[in-house]
Ligand binder design. Structure first.
Ligand code: TXE
Length: 487
């Protein structure tokens, strides 16, 4: 079923409660067929400066006093926003599907998740508290959890609505104000969400959105001297740049930089359940998921049979436009497509076997940025396809003999975001869960990013800091210790 073209959001930036046009705009292409569907504002340093000033004013200043709203009142606002997202579900999902090219079913799941972030953090807003600390006689010591102030948020194109929910809901629930720079490749759902936030009565300046290019609006935001916190989701290279910029002003940074996550399947596992999760973990959003299970480690006894099943399944996977709701949509743009194709060609030239390829549907547009799913086997140890994030529907298979080898292979990457362990052996589950170097471990399931409630973030090249769940709420506050000597 084709999805109707939704009404487009404003071609402007949201600054201080007003939608402001910029001198120039950026055309937005649909990745499924290359059609220009609308344009977005192209903010420069001047607009970013105005947005930061508005966020400062709304935090506690000329524009308002968001930080002084009671936690209950802020929570209620978030719940109102969650209901507005639900009411706008069809339009938001259609925008997300068109803009990212992801299958409509996935786009719908993303909008549902976005609403859940607002509902979860709306409910949690008045449950976060400091502590009292036993100290010397005659003292009472307590900790206060305070908002940072102005939070800068730079988000990517792979899950615009979900990441908006994850970052904005947690920051607002804790009393911060926000300047958000969405990705130039996909941000239509974000602009619509910002429109909804204003319709739900969010005070002017509490949320500001400055669309534009990374090297212009993004760099201006990361280097701005008046931000108090920076949260970035994207590539390790850009993550390094923004963290260096923030360090100039001693601004704390949360970095979520992707991964090279393994799924480890032992011979004693529920192999049907593992099989489905392994396939889903890599084709979701055409593999453009930070938590994609892009490596399969499979025990030798079952390797041939398990891989044989994967060959059949991969050959049957279909790619098509987002609204055709196939197994995979396109990649986000021509650059990501040619980057992935070059890596696949290099892998083949290095003798890696392409054991199976999916197919492009006959109705798919030749102008879409499609790369069909690939299953790679016979990979030399340490090859780039085992270490680098390919960000496409490509599963790299390795075979292991025993638990020790599985652990060594799982940790043989600089990334460390997620891992899946499939075994019925309880001792092995716990040994591996402890031994694996990653922010999340799933045993006999693979959450592909995990739920809203589960703390999420990486180690090593995957970044640092935690978002989602209560931990995400804490990470948008800083602790103040108050020591009272009363005798
Ligand atoms: O990322 P960038 P790209 C990984 C994935 C992908 C690769 C490249 O491996 O193949 O990164 O994608 C903004 N100052 N991930 O080039 O450049 C940019 O506008 C400030 C993993 O799209 O990191 C966008 O809003 N900001 C990932 C955001 O940074 C800058 C999601 C991400 O873009 C900037 C996306 C600058 N100098 C890609 N340059 C994940 N963790 O899920 C760019 N930006």
């Amino acid at each position: 079923m084709r999805v109707e073209i939704p009404e487009m959001p404003p071609q402007a930036a949201l600054i201080g409660g007003d939608w402001l046009a910029t001198a120039t705009t950026l055309e937005m292409e649909a990745p499924s067929d290359g059609r220009v569907v609308t344009a977005i504002a192209r903010c420069q340093a001047e607009e970013v400066g105005a947005a930061v000033a508005a966020a400062r004013g709304a935090f506690a200043g000329t524009l308002g006093d968001w930080a002084q709203w009671s936690t209950r009142r802020r929570g209620e606002w978030l719940l109102t926003m969650a209901a507005a997202i639900d009411a706008d579900h069809q339009r938001l999902a259609a925008l997300e599907c068109l803009d990212t090219g992801k299958p409509m079913t996935q786009a719908r799941a993303d909008i549902t998740a976005c609403a859940r972030y607002f509902r979860f953090y709306g409910g949690a807003a008045d449950s976060l508290h400091g502590e009292t600390i036993p100290y010397e006689t005659g003292f009472t010591v307590m900790t206060l959890r305070e908002p940072f102030g102005v939070c800068a948020q730079i988000i990517p194109w792979n899950y615009p609505a979900q990441i908006f929910g994850r970052c904005v809901a947690a920051a607002l629930a804790t009393g911060n104000t926000v300047v958000l720079k969405p990705a130039e490749d996909a941000c239509l759902s974000v602009l619509r969400l910002a429109e909804l936030a204003m319709q739900c009565g969010l005070p002017a300046g509490v949320l500001n959105v400055v669309p534009g290019l990374g090297r212009e609006a993004g760099a201006a935001l990361a280097t701005h001297p008046d931000i108090d916190h920076l949260s970035f989701t994207g590539s390790p290279e850009t993550g390094t740049q923004v963290a260096q910029a923030a360090a100039q002003h001693h601004v704390p940074v949360t970095l979520e930089l992707g991964g090279k996550s393994p799924q480890i399947v032992f011979a004693d596992a529920d192999l049907d359940a593992a099989f489905d999760a392994v396939v889903r973990g890599i084709i979701q959003n055409a593999g453009q998921t930070c938590s994609a299970g892009s490596r399969l480690l499979v025990q030798r006894e079952i390797a041939e049979a398990f891989t044989g099943r994967l060959v059949e399944r991969f050959a049957a996977l279909r790619c098509n436009a987002g609204d055709a709701d196939a197994d995979c949509g396109p990649l986000i743009n021509a650059r990501q497509k040619s980057r992935l194709e070059a890596r696949l060609a290099a892998a083949e030239a290095d003798g890696i076997r392409i054991a199976a390829r999916g197919e492009l549907a006959e109705t798919a547009s030749p102008a879409g940025h499609f790369v069909v799913p690939h299953l790679l086997t016979e990979i030399p140890d340490g090859h780039a396809v085992l270490r680098e994030e390919l960000f496409g529907p490509v599963l790299a298979v390795q075979v292991f003999d025993n638990e020790a080898e599985a652990l060594q292979l799982a940790n043989a990457t600089d990334f460390g975001l997620c891992a899946g362990i499939w075994t019925r052996d309880g001792g092995r589950q716990l040994r591996l869960a402890r031994g694996i170097r990653s922010g999340q471990v799933f045993i006999n399931n693979y959450g592909a990013g995990g739920g809203i409630e589960l703390p999420f973030g990486g180690v090593g090249r995957s970044g640092h800091g935690r978002e989602k769940g209560f931990e995400g709420l804490r990470s948008y506050t800083r602790l103040k210790t108050v020591a009272i000597r009363h005798g």
